[in-house]
Design a protein around this ligand. Sequence first.
Ligand SMILES: Cc1cc2nc3c(=O)[nH]c(=O)nc-3n(C[C@H](O)[C@H](O)[C@H](O)COP(=O)(O)O)c2cc1C
Length: 316
Amino acid sequence: MTQPELAVDLCGVRLSNPLILAAGILGTGADLLERVAKAGAGAVTTKSCGPEPRAGHPNPTVLDWGHGLINAIGLANPGVEEMVTILKDAKDRLEPLAVPLIASIFAERVEGFAEVAHRVSKAEPDFIEINISCPNVAAEFGRPFSADPDSAAAVTMAVKGMTHLPVIVKLSPNVTDIATIARAVETAGADAIAAINTVAGMVIDVDCGQPILANRVGGLSGPAIRPIAVRCVYEIYQAVEIPIIGLGGVVDGRDAVEMILAGATAVGVGSVAYYRGVDAFREIAQEIASFMIEHGHKTLADFKGIAHEEWPAPAN
Ligand SMILES: Cc1cc2nc3c(=O)[nH]c(=O)nc-3n(C[C@H](O)[C@H](O)[C@H](O)COP(=O)(O)O)c2cc1C
């Protein structure tokens, strides 16, 4: 059988495979983004950047608790001015590799998102991803913008008004009804949705009786959250027409396939870099290809969303 086609079209941008480096993982510098691109990622996302430089939370900020990671980095970043320089450098390195660049941004106020989007657009990344869903950082009114449809839509609209680039909105699983929020950002002009950001959690050291992270609460990622992520992608797929980047707990090719079966067009991978190193990108792509050969699929579209089709009842 000929090799299956792994390329996908995301909002008119070609990815040679569906695997996207998730925001905040190895995305702090142009050299690291290039390294991940060379390791086989279909696209790469930067660490989220805000209007001003930000130190983040004190250590400890990341812990492997046995079934995944918990982190409260607190969106440490060099600020938009420095990020524009990093983005331009990254763009120069990634263009020859034909690996698209996604600039992740955040702010504490709607106007801040608009300003950062405007400035970042000048570096001409291929997409802007708006992180309205970090569980470790309070935004306007003390909670993330992803917490309700109106504030999520307000940020989306403000960013869309400031950029010519396709806008991905990254949603949080820490809500009652993610489908309603997805629908609100689609109506506000989002070009794609990324789901999910980390799941709010806490790990307590039972010997000393205190939470381990200095920030006390953090965000869970890695294998433990995959069923939550798959459920969110499944619910969003039923609610919107725009493409979905499914992420959360993907560590191998079959996990990536599960996201696509739930309705994802592309698949984000983050914590896997901790578990399998950057070689994971090429390996996971090969594992997806092996699955496709085994099941006779020629393209990813052949099985995208088919978990939504109910099997006919077996004949008696
Ligand atoms: C250490 C760490 C830092 C992260 N930083 C960001 C960030 O800056 N912006 C963002 O949108 N998501 C951030 N995330 C969330 C990831 O992009 C991703 O949504 C989440 O980890 C689930 O995917 P995974 O299980 O494959 O890691 C971070 C996750 C981790 C583990």
